[in-house]
Design a protein around this ligand. Sequence first.
Ligand code: ATP
Ligand code: MG
Length: 418
Amino acid sequence: MIFKPKGTKDVLPDQSFKWQFLEDAARSVAEVFNLKEIRTPIFEHTELFQRGVGETTDVVNKEMYTFEDKGGRSVTLKPEGTAGAARLFIENSLVNTPMPAKLFYITPAFRYERPQAGRLREFHQFGIEVFGSSAPEADAEVISAAALFLDKLGITDVQLQINSIGCRICRNEYNKALKDYFRPHLESMCPTCRSRFEKNPLRMLDCKDENCKKIVTGAPKILNYLCEDCKEHFEKVKALLEIHGFEYTVNPDIVRGLDYYTGTVFEFVSTKIGAQGTVCGGGRYDNLLEELGSSSVPAIGFAAGLERLLLLMENTDVKFPEEKKPLIYVAGMDENSRKKAVEIAAGLRKNGVSAETDLMERSVKAQFKYADKLGVKYVAAIGGNELETGVVNIKNMMDGTVSAVNFDNIYLYLKKEL
Ligand code: ATP
Ligand code: MG
């Protein structure tokens, strides 16, 4: 017996309707925001993520699925969607199309993490990226797309937390202040923090080590170091969120796990699914495209973790729409009737009706029992009599009524249900 790899999940046939619900909601949000779908490869050159996500992040340092292919190239299974989207944007010169470029994706992502509730090695994200706009309206629009997505899923139990982590200019000042603060504590901090101290002290704020976390509490706050432009931008974003009617809290501790963020960052957080409560995270990354070799293109986006959302929906009894069932079961009593049943089912399917007929060579009684298990609304049973008259009794299993319908009119009879 071979089992699935640790940290992965199967979607079972009686559960896939939940995934379809999530994906349909994502697509419908994308549609009203005029976001166009992109699909990027599952694997990319490792360097894309090293440069795009950042060498000092947990994702790149510890979590990447990196391997050498048979040609000796280092490739990595995508740990997130933004770097690939940025690469696609640059490589395909989307910068020459009218801006902004509004994109979305639904993708698996891979991170070698310790599997636990809400943390998998293969998980899925719905993400959007808006390239080309530095306006605060873009920040607010991206946040509102995330909010609409959660709303469509029936999720109300989440809190919007926002922060600004500034641009290169303010980050410079802030990094100095962070270093001054952390320097005397450095001895007692974890090795990761010690190595980040020089390279990227901002990352130290994201450390999960208990002792480091305590020290981090007293660190200076980025909001006090924003330059005038960043301050003004953040104020405008907040004012726009109010126009949208969103409640939010400013959480100066949000720095996000990836290096590329600048300016506005945000998370939608739930308290109902344990420690991994962030169901959606995003922000501005105005320097990423430049870092990947493009001209300077401002950008903002988010990614929502679909497994975490599913967990939240299941934990809070959010209602999923009912699973679709076949509309009709066409039973056959003997060999000739079974042929007719196949023909009728085939004709109905061509017309878009979900129809089932026997594949198990069951007795009529067993066919009825199976139809009942399927939960079909209608059952039609063909026998010698029906073959002779060309008329079949269609039974409505919900109210028990029976209608005699000509073989040729079965579709017309069922059409009202489509
Ligand atoms: P966390 O702090 O929870 O590790 P992150 O900062 O690494 O999150 P992002 O890179 O921003 O997460 O990914 C966006 C979203 O993807 C997260 O908010 C979360 O919902 C989901 N996600 C991230 N890592 C995992 C994982 N290993 N398993 C399941 N979902 C994940
Ligand atoms: Mg993480």
